[in-house]
Write a protein that binds this ligand. Structure first.
Ligand SMILES: Cc1ncc(COP(=O)(O)O)c(C=O)c1O
Length: 442
């Protein structure tokens, strides 16, 4: 069924449609990242500044996709742009160690509680892959527990038991155990049934960047149980690091994992990743005097763009801003304003659902009647499954975009959004919900 929402999207985005007619012959679905897939065609952006981006049809968009979570400072922050531009003039790659990487590590040390040592990678996917190598090498054990729907990148291990497992060997999948989140009983039973479990990895605010929230008590229970069983606890802070608080979810909840993975904000908008935490685990990369150890026990790690000077320059500038200015506080205030406004709209229109989420990640969850605390709103399993109705979410994405908002039902809030941007977003959401209701979808 082609809705009038979709028809409006097509009318307003003729140049995007023309681009798609070309790009679909280059790229599967015409896109270069699964989450940029959009029917009837994706939008193409050619400029961004601060809280906004502009598509090739000239539409100004308030951006809540925030570089997939990397841009808590918005687009082209002057200090980050200046740092990158200065670095461009003096070299983008020295194939050598740099003073910059020491400064970058030092910013992470200042902010992230579990920091003892660090290894930089080029992305979050590489960071979780490296974390798995380290914990397996360190513990001599093979299996890793992850939680249903938690996203940790796209390498074979983390994609096991999710959608899109084509090409992943069964032997690899067999090394991963996937459990429901928020159920410590099942975790304990699993640990009791196997002495081959190296680690547990979790998105500390919950699946899908926190859209399906983890109970903070569960995090503490995981910390306690992993200590008791001698299993390594990994927080995947690729999204939450430097966002949920300056020191990530571990600082926000006061629960320190053994190691954590970082990316996104770490690189100030340029490609970056890292694993940090206990020295004895990170030091699995360290060369020893023993050739046999180096051959079969040590974790080897190359990577042409590890700690590359451009990402390091952007990362230092971004982390300095996070450390020394109220970036997180402003993003949190804007998120609170947004949650309040969206919840008001839902009650005014008598639509069941809520706007909730921790710190600067806000989720609009439609179609479920429940009590909500606007923050860690945990729904019963069956209700959570109802929330992500793909058709409704798709129509919401298109209709919000028609009104100049790139969000759909997930808002990644940055610190350069103004109060007036948030008010416009709330108004647009009201219109979008009314239009969706007119279609008989809600
Ligand atoms: C929690 C989490 N871990 C890992 C990743 C993978 O990071 P990257 O896309 O940089 O490979 C992502 C990406 O969205 C993520 O959200």
């Amino acid at each position: 069924m082609v809705t009038s929402i979709e028809k409006r999207y097509i009318e307003k985005h003729q140049k995007c449609q023309q681009n798609y007619s070309v790009s679909k012959d280059f790229f599967p679905n015409g896109v270069t990242h699964d989450s940029r897939n959009l029917e009837p065609f994706p939008y193409y952006v050619d400029k961004a500044l601060g809280a906004y981006k502009w598509d090739i049809d000239g539409q100004k968009i308030i951006d809540y996709r925030g570089g997939h979570g990397a841009l808590i400072l918005g687009h082209c922050h002057p200090l980050v742009s200046q740092a990158v531009s200065n670095q461009l003039k003096i070299g983008t790659h020295y194939a050598a160690s740099t003073d910059l990487e020491i400064r970058w590590a030092n910013w992470v040390k200042k902010l992230i509680p579990c920091f003892e040592k660090i290894r930089f990678t080029s992305s979050g996917t590489e960071a979780t892959l490296m974390a798995f190598r380290m914990v397996r090498a360190y513990s001599g054990k093979t299996k890793i527990i992850k939680f249903s729907d938690h996203f940790h990148g796209w390498h074979d291990y983390v994609r096991s038991h999710t959608a899109g497992t084509g090409g992943i060997p069964k032997e690899v999948m067999d090394t991963m155990i996937t459990l429901p989140q928020n159920d410590i009983g099942i975790v304990e039973e699993t640990l009791n049934n196997s002495d081959d479990i190296a680690a547990i990895i979790i998105e500390p605010t919950g699946a899908h960047m926190g859209a399906d929230p983890v109970d903070p008590n569960f995090l503490q229970q995981l910390r306690d149980i992993t200590n008791r069983y001698g299993v390594i606890l990994i927080f995947d802070e690729v999204v939450t690091g430097f966002r949920i608080s300056k020191g990530g979810a571990q600082s926000y909840y006061g629960i320190t994992p053994d190691i954590c993975t970082l990316a996104k904000i770490l690189g100030g908008g340029l490609p970056a990743g890292a694993v940090t935490g206990k020295s004895e685990i990170i030091d699995m990369v360290q060369l020893s005097d023993e050739p046999d150890y180096n051959r079969v026990e040590r974790v080897g790690h190359n990577g042409t763009f590890n700690a590359n000077p451009l990402s390091a320059a952007a990362g230092c500038a971004a982390l300095e801003l996070v450390a020394n200015s109220p970036v997180n506080e402003i993003a949190n205030q804007r998120s609170q304003q947004l949650k309040n406004g969206l919840n008001y709209v839902l009650s005014k229109l008598e639509i069941s659902g809520c706007a909730s989420g921790v710190s600067s990640a806000v989720f609009l969850r439609l179609g479920v009647e429940h009590e909500c605390d606007n923050e860690v709103c945990i729904l019963p399993f069956d209700d959570q499954k109802k929330v992500g109705d793909p058709f409704l979410s798709h129509q919401m994405w298109l209709e919000m975009y028609n009104q100049g908002i790139d969000a759909g039902t997930r808002f990644i809030v940055n610190s350069v959004l103004s109060e007036s941007d948030i008010n416009k977003t709330i108004e647009a959401s009201e219109k979008a919900l009314i239009n969706i209701r007119k279609e008989g979808i809600l």
